[in-house]
Design a protein around this ligand. Sequence first.
Ligand SMILES: [Zn+2]
Length: 144
Amino acid sequence: MTEKTQPTDAELFALIKEHFGLDQRRDDTVINRSTGRFHDAQRYRDFAAAVLAIAKWGQPAQAQADSVQEDAALQLIADLVRHIDRETCTHEETHRGGAIWEICNSCGSMWADDKGGKPEFKWPDCVEKARAFLDAARKQGASQ
Ligand SMILES: [Zn+2]
């Protein structure tokens, strides 16, 4: 079953009669009986479509403002992740120092063998989650 998104002509003309006092005259023409003037029903179709769109998605202007804010938030998260990437040393190259020390070539961090040595590098959970979130948002954006 498809979702109903437009009123039928019968429903539309009933509403035009009820709210604007105009009678259907021909397929897409209505008449104002007090003035005898004809009107194109298209403007009432457009009106019905606009009302339905607002009912479904909220105010168009609000939806647009929300999407601009969403884009800004995504960009902000992307910039933060990039900054953390750039500023974080993953301690890939190390050298030995003294009898018990392992020392990072890049940042100078030191780990003592008798304190467990250098731990496996792990990105913080919040960084991993932000990356996953950005990936999902990009895929969703690409499929739209
Ligand atoms: Zn390092």
